[in-house]
Design a binder for this molecule. Sequence first.
Ligand code: SAH
Ligand code: AVI
Length: 322
Amino acid sequence: MSSTDTHGMTDRRHAQMLADVREGLARPQRELPPKYFYDERGSQLFEDITRLPEYYLTRAETEILEARAAAIVEITDARTLVELGAGSATKTRILLRAMRQPGQRVTYMPVDVSEEFLRQTSASIERDFPSLVVQPIVSDIGESLDLPPALEHPVMFAFLGSTIGNFDDPSAIALLQRIRSRMEPRDWLLLGTDLRKDARTIELAYNDCAGVTADFNRNMLSVVNAELGADFDPERFAHHAFYDEHLHRIEMHLVSVGDQRVHIPAVGDFEFEHGESIRTELSCKYDRSAVDRLAAAAGLAVRHWFTDAESRFALSLLGPAT
Ligand code: SAH
Ligand code: AVI
């Protein structure tokens, strides 16, 4: 389906998951990386989250894109749009519509770990934008970008949804550096970041009444069961998400309900005491200076900063700093 060898990716993913699970569950605060939320069901659950009344992030970012897409396209003049963690690419359609110009070839490269969902997204974009060249890439962007060696410039990299916030600062900087290393002077990065605000609004976004975020959180255990043959009982882990106002981040956990033992073939047995948790996600929240600092650490600089009317979310355009 792409220039990437997806069989190789599957082997790599399996080996990586074994290593991540072995290492993450041995830590004093047990931890599993958020990329393991996203099998096909996890990607669909995230889509459901974006439509929840409590989850303001997607609506705020859509508002900015609708207001600014024409300006973004004019500033960047991109021939290639490389989107990291593309998901359903619903918001990306706003950009793609604005990029459409008669007689001009534009390439769209959605990059994602969620292979089957990426396939569906690509097919749907191809259907609706027949003149677009669509080149999906299955890749773990926390490890490498796996882009083709030659890209048609100017390139706009897009990293939307505040997915950068799911990486701690050192990993976020390393990822931005990987993007920077593929940038020429006239290329751009369009970065979506959720902004700091009152704790209640943020906490509600991760504790919806319908329980969709809880299902999304527990889905990680089903993914580990399916891929490693583990015997987690997802129903015996409770969803817990809270905002740390000092560290400006949501932490999402799965908390053991009762004492239990979990067997993970090729990894081992793990005892969970009642109340003991696995941290499954960080979701960092930013302000302008936090984004400036991350950018500077990666050799990038914020050139344009756009927010929604309520300043809940920011979209920034970054260029190479030098
Ligand atoms: N960009 C979309 C989707 C955000 S959900 C939006 O703004 O709504 C996060 C997306 O990033 C999912 O599609 C998930 O599969 C992908 N993702 C998460 N971790 C990833 C990783 N390490 N490498 C590649 N894609 C990743
Ligand atoms: C993809 N990512 C930016 C989402 C977030 O808000 O951190 C994932 C998510 N986790 C719980 N709800 C949504």
